[in-house]
Structure formats: C-alpha cells, structure tokens
Design a binder for this molecule. Structure first.
Ligand SMILES: Cc1cc2nc3c(=O)[nH]c(=O)nc-3n(C[C@H](O)[C@H](O)[C@H](O)COP(=O)(O)OP(=O)(O)OC[C@H]3O[C@@H](n4cnc5c(N)ncnc54)[C@H](O)[C@@H]3O)c2cc1C
Length: 353
C-alpha cells in the first residue's frame, strides 16, 4: 500500500496525556516498504524522524517539527520448537502490537513470564526503549533479541539483549542509539511452564491468604487489580504513568535522608540495590514536598498517586504541555532543595519548551 503523509496533524488522540500538539508531518506505517518510503520522504525534506507507539511515554511540549511515524506493524510468530531450549518458546511480536493484549494472548497460549508486566500501556516496539518494568520483572529478563531499521541507512539490523544495554528504565536507545533507529519487532523467550514471581511486596500481600501457589493467570489478574487501584486510567484522566524515575542514591546519602526524618519518627522507604546504593520511591519524595493533589493551570499531581502528573484540560487549546513541564520543574526544584536529590523525568519530551 502506498504511504499517506499527512500535514499539520493533531496528535491529541496519539498520546495518553491528550496534549493537542501538531506534527508538521505524520504517517502510519504497517509494513517494511512503508518504513523505507517514510524514511526516504524524511530524507528528501531533511526532517527529523520521530517513531511513535501508543504515546504513553511522551510529553508533547509544543508542536513537533519533523515526521512522526506511527508504527502499526502487526503479527506474532513462534520459532520452531527444535530451535529453542526445553520448556521455553521464542516468540516474535511486531512493534505495533499492544503490550497488554500480547500479555493476555501469551497467557492464553500457555506462554509464561509476562504476567507481572500486565496492563502496562503501550506497544511492543516501545517496550525496549526504556526497558519497561513492574512488579519485580523487567523486559530485559525475557527479551532475547530485536530488529531495528537504521533511520539513516534504512538497513535492517538485529540486536541481542547485551547490545541493547538494558538497565533500570534505560537502554542503548536512550543513549548511543537515541533517535537513530526504529524498532520493528521484539523476540521474547517465554516459558511453557508457569513461572511465578511474587517477590514484589504488593504482590506477596495480595496472595497472603492464598494457601496454594497462584497460577500465572491469577498473578496477571492480581497485577491488573493492583494497578487499577493505584493508577488513574489515562482514558479517564490523561497521564503518562510515573512521571519521574525512582532515584538511586548512595548508602551514605540514604543514611542522611533517614536522619532528616528521624526526629518525626518517619521511616524512609528504600530498596538496597546490588552494590549498596539505595532506590528511593520518587512518589514518596514528591509527597513529602506536599505536591499530592496540587493543581497548576491545566496540570496536576494526582490526588492519590504523587508520581503521576495529569492533564485536566481535554480541550484543543491552552499550553497544557508547558503546564505539565512547569509543574514537573517546580517538583524537581523542591525535591532538590529539600533532599539534595535530583529527580529525572521518565517520559520523552518533544517540542520546544
Ligand atoms: C498509566 C500508565 C502506567 C504505566 N506504567 C508503567 C510501568 O509500570 N512500567 C513502565 O516501564 N512503564 C510504564 N508506563 C510507561 C509506558 O507505558 C511505557 O514506557 C511504554 O513502553 C510506552 O509505549 P508506547 O508505545 O506508548 O511508547 P511511546 O510513548 O509512543 O514512545 C515512547 C518513546 O519510544 C519511542 N518509540 C516508540 N515506539 C518506537 C519504535 N517502534 N522504535 C523506536 N522508538 C520508538 C518514541 O519515539 C518515544 O521516544 C506507564 C504509562 C502509563 C500511561
């Protein structure tokens, strides 16, 4: 099918913050030829290329200059059993498939390992960008390779997990390969035997009264229930989930943070990482700065979840992206002043501030 390029396209329906920014150029690609055509178009006009999935991890601060390519590649394929290790199956998901739908689909096939990542919004291709993670599991635990198209040369390349350089909410696609490639498919190694991971405290507690080991479907359902009880649905209240990464601070800094709260008898939450550094929940820090429920212009901090910034303005007008980023900057300043901790923004920001 020939490629349709749209001009001055409104992206409000293409990002979960529902920001009404416009893309100078926009196209939707559903096969490899269309990707090549889109890249050729961008090159002919010297346009920046911005791949887009479900828009659940982007903040469109203003109109976007360049060609936004919406990835709509679909399909799931399974590698021959003879090639894969015993008790596992290698499954390739095209970039445009919806993450949660694929978690449910995998469960139905008897392929396990994705349960703890249930209900994360977004598409398969984008999952690798920040190495999505939740409830004790990260994409890097199950991904074995992925395919990318190099934006400059148009070449199709395969990257192994090692080459993706995954770490907490990070990968090579946020570092040396930032803006350099389009992920077209990811291959995950899933288990054909149930793998139950209940290490994450909220999940452990969920099954406190359960005597038998839960099934993978029960774990998925539990994760969905916990997530629904904690996070606002972007369809009802536009948001991008966690707005800040959880900072990892040195053991010495964590001790001094604990001392800061000693007098008030408050226990500072912290999770010791390998190497001794401590991960502190960013939401807790934001809450300590009294931002929960605060509203500035069209932006707000969710009333129950301090880590989630929301857009209260669903009209096509106003500087909502700037309001969101202004509020985020105020939070960062306050947290830095109070705790000497720098909060990093998790979603990718596009457009000018
Ligand atoms: C309510 C809510 C809860 C969330 N919970 C979690 C959570 O628990 N854990 C977690 O890790 N994240 C979470 N997120 C963040 C988000 O769901 C993930 O980052 C998701 O992977 C983003 O997918 P997407 O398709 O929406 O990406 P987009 O928002 O469309 O894109 C994000 C970035 O990836 C790039 N990109 C997208 N697709 C491709 C591609 N095919 N090739 C190259 N680059 C691409 C974009 O250019 C952009 O820079 C949450 C978000 C929301 C709204």
């Amino acid at each position: 099918m020939s490629l349709k390029i749209e001009i001055n396209k409104c992206l409000q329906g293409y990002n979960t913050l529902a920001l009404a920014a416009r893309a100078a150029y926009f196209c939707c690609v559903s096969d490899h030829q269309q990707i090549q055509d889109a890249l050729a178009f961008a090159q002919s006009k010297s346009l920046a290329v911005i791949p887009l999935g479900a828009g659940s991890n982007v903040v469109l601060a203003s109109d976007v200059d360049g060609l936004v390519i919406y990835l709509d590649l679909r399909g799931v394929t399974v590698k021959d059993a003879v090639d894969t290790a015993e008790d596992s199956v290698d499954v390739t998901f095209q970039a445009g498939e919806d993450w949660h739908e694929m978690v449910s689909y995998s469960l139905a096939q008897g392929w396990y390992g994705l349960e703890n990542l249930s209900l994360i919004p977004g598409n398969m291709g984008a999952a690798a960008i920040q190495n999505i993670g939740a409830y004790g599991v990260e994409l890097s635990d199950i991904l074995i390779s992925l395919k990318v198209v190099d934006i400059e040369s148009g070449q199709l390349l395969t990257l192994t997990t090692e080459e993706c350089q995954f770490s907490y909410r990070n990968s090579v696609f946020k570092q040396s390969l930032k803006d350099k490639c389009i992920i077209t498919e990811v291959t995950l190694r899933l288990s054909t035997k149930p793998v139950i991971n209940l290490e994450y405290p909220a999940l452990t507690h969920y099954f406190d009264d359960q005597l038998a080991v839960p099934t993978p479907s029960m774990v998925s359902e539990a994760v969905c229930n916990i997530r629904r009880s904690k996070l606002p649905d972007p369809n009802e209240l536009p948001n991008v989930g966690s707005f800040f990464k959880n900072p990892v601070i040195s053991a010495v800094s964590f001790k001094s943070l604990e001392r800061q709260f000693e007098a008030n008898d408050v226990k500072v939450p912290g999770y010791v990482q390998s190497g001794g550094a401590v991960k502190v929940p960013a939401g807790w820090l934001v809450e300590q700065c009294q931002f929960k429920g605060v509203r500035q212009g069209s932006a707000g901090v969710h009333k129950d979840q301090a880590l989630v910034l929301v857009n209260y303005n669903d009209s096509m007008t106003g500087d909502c992206g700037k309001d969101i980023l202004g509020l985020a900057a105020d939070i960062q300043r306050m947290v830095a002043a109070k705790f000497c901790i720098d909060l990093d923004i998790e979603p990718r920001i596009y457009g000018s501030l």
